[in-house]
Design a protein around this ligand. Structure first.
Ligand code: PAF
Length: 283
């Protein structure tokens, strides 16, 4: 495994790999790797000849009052995980290499960024879209891997690849959960012991939604109300949003016909957590 710290050195290496006709699998991360990241790396390892993992806490996707400074970092352990998982290349650029002082270009994806996290975190997807586009240009992947936990992010990335005629294939892997159902996230580390228990209500409420749907409830408002009830029982919980939306364009769905995405963001104390579930007839 080799660690590349500069855009220039990795670009040179990627050209060599491409010359050998090797398929590149790319897993972008912000580090502090957990089993969710591992599942992406393992899939990339299965699918492709050369696995590149980026570890970069991208400053431009954080709002001014968000957790960029305190975002958990742990490069040593991350590198051990990457090595164990058979990663070929780890890319750990410096912010000034990605965004030099003269930097002026940002990617703005319309419509699918207007709602959900796009509404609560203005500018977030502009930052994600920009960094991922830059990474795609640097790593030239055949396949790039994203997690379903960030369902809106995955849709935004697919839109970029489609709209900008990129040849990269986007694979979205299922949510990996802790034993108690909490979706794996680097931010789970922020939770207090008590918060961690209260955070279980997020997945519990999504399971309630699935149960209701499986019993024939198609009215989104009723499903959302049941989720709200479950979450609001938790003293430290504050709902940011709970929505039932179309799985492709993320527009609100009033009555579910075939399938819909139930997506939510909830604050547990000072920690904002997101999660989702796809409701599908016959599943
Ligand atoms: O999902 C993440 O960790 C980040 O948004 C990503 C895709 C690595 C871009 O910084």
């Amino acid at each position: 495994m080799k660690v590349y710290k500069s855009v220039r050195s990795l670009t040179k290496k990627v050209f060599e790999i491409k010359k050998c006709n090797k398929a590149i699998g790319f897993v972008p991360t912000m580090g502090f790797l957990h089993d969710g990241h591992r599942s992406l790396i393992r899939k990339a390892r299965q699918d492709t000849d050369c696995v590149i993992v980026s570890i970069f806490v991208n400053p431009v996707q954080f709002g001014p009052k968000e957790d960029f400074k305190k975002y958990p970092r742990g490069l040593k352990k991350d590198l051990e995980i990457c090595k164990k998982e058979g990663v070929d290349i780890v890319f750990t650029p410096e912010p000034k290499d990605m965004y030099p002082e003269s930097y002026a270009t940002y990617i703005n994806v319309e419509r699918v960024t207007d709602m959900l996290c796009g509404e609560s975190r203005p500018g977030h997807f502009r930052g994600v879209a920009t960094v991922v586009t830059k990474f795609f240009n640097i790593t030239m992947p055949d396949i790039a891997y994203f997690g379903q936990k960030d369902a809106q992010q995955a849709i935004v990335i697919k839109k970029i690849a489609e709209d900008l005629n990129m040849s990269v294939k986007i694979k979205v892997m299922p949510i990996v959960r802790e034993k108690d159902g909490l979706a794996m996230s680097s931010r789970n580390i922020y939770l207090s012991k008590e918060g961690r228990i209260q955070a279980q209500s997020i997945y519990t409420s999504l399971k309630i939604a699935k149960e209701l749907f499986n019993k024939g409830e198609l009215d989104s408002r009723k499903i959302i109300n049941r989720i709200k009830q479950a979450i609001n029982k938790q003293p430290e919980a504050r709902i940011d949003y709970i929505k039932v939306v179309d799985t492709k364009d993320l527009k609100d769905v009033k009555k579910i016909s075939n399938e819909a995405l139930v997506a939510m963001a909830v604050w547990i104390g000072e920690t904002r957590l997101i999660d989702n579930i796809v409701l599908k007839t016959g599943s």
